[in-house]
Write a protein that binds this ligand. Structure first.
Ligand SMILES: NC(=O)c1ccc[n+]([C@@H]2O[C@H](COP(=O)([O-])OP(=O)(O)OC[C@H]3O[C@@H](n4cnc5c(N)ncnc54)[C@H](O)[C@@H]3O)[C@@H](O)[C@H]2O)c1
Length: 253
């Protein structure tokens, strides 16, 4: 793949998992990468791993100020932003509808949905003609994840936001797409309630098992690349086939 030489790329959630893998891949393709994360130490470590072509910034995507900081860091001396991979997200405790209180719901909306909105607002003003934005949703943004209705609602919202924002980005000459990973082996899944990744779920994936951060990063890279020049305004599933077949959610004990 080519098309990222000297391009300026912002990756949020870049300290870990999918974002880390993507930041490294964009850099391998010649991009100047800004690794942004709430976890500044982690972002700094990934930037150090990449080397001179990377900068890092500690910022919170759930605030307008945090998003402004990220975009300013990505613009750097060059003053352009070609690609934004708005990927940071929060999974939180599982527990289903009854265990979801207002505070947990608000947290999901603040990070996963409002964070995406604020990211798009910050990027829209500066994205280059010919640029691309990829926002991370989830397969839980296309079907209900009964273990976390708040996460699922927020990730559904991300897809609506991306679709509805497509003309505004097209007016700037930029494309925007959502990416919807299925189960991916990252710290997010490791730190969450393991009940979400049961042997039963893994058996439902036609390609068997979980995907890797690298596999999702490759898809994000393609979506942001000139090779995807006519791919716009859609949600792209990267799930090993999980959503390809009808599987009823377990009900009851
Ligand atoms: N791992 C999966 O199975 C899976 C599946 C579908 C979607 N996703 C989505 O993929 C994205 C990346 O997740 P991951 O699996 O790589 O998890 P991860 O935990 O490895 O990475 C998420 C990163 O986001 C950062 N982050 C969280 N809140 C933030 C905030 N308010 N501001 C800035 N940064 C913040 C974290 O510090 C972390 O580095 C998320 O949006 C997640 O919802 C993951």
């Amino acid at each position: 793949m080519s098309g990222f030489a000297d391009r300026s790329v912002l990756v949020t959630g870049g300290a870990s998992g999918i974002g880390r893998a993507a930041a490294i891949r964009f850099a391998q393709e010649g991009a100047r990468v800004c690794v942004a994360d709430l976890n500044g130490e982690g972002a700094a470590a990934v930037a150090a791993e990449i080397g001179a072509s990377a900068v890092w910034v500690q910022a919170d995507i759930s605030t307008a100020q945090g998003n402004a900081q990220m975009v300013a860091a990505a613009l750097g001396a060059g003053g352009t932003l070609d690609v934004a991979f708005l990927n940071a997200g929060y999974l939180g405790p599982m527990g289903g509808f009854e265990a979801t209180d207002e505070e947990l719901f608000d947290r999901h909306l603040a990070i996963n949905l409002k964070g995406a909105f604020l990211g798009l607002k910050a990027v829209h003003g500066v994205v280059a003609d010919g640029g691309a934005v990829v926002v991370t949703s989830s397969t839980a943004g296309l079907l209900g994840l009964h273990e976390s209705p708040a996460y699922s609602a927020a990730k559904h919202g991300v897809i609506g936001l991306v679709k509805a924002s497509t003309p505004a980005f097209a007016a700037k000459g930029a494309r925007i797409n959502a990416i919807c990973p299925g189960g991916v082996e990252t710290p997010m899944m490791g730190s969450a309630d393991q009940a979400i990744v049961t042997p039963d779920m893994l058996r439902r994936v036609p390609l068997r098992g979980m995907g890797s951060a690298q596999q999702v990063a490759e898809a994000a890279l393609w979506l942001a690349s000139p090779a995807a020049a006519f791919v716009n305004g859609q949600a792209h599933v990267v799930d090993g086939g999980l959503l390809s077949t009808f599987v009823p959610a377990p009900v009851g004990p």
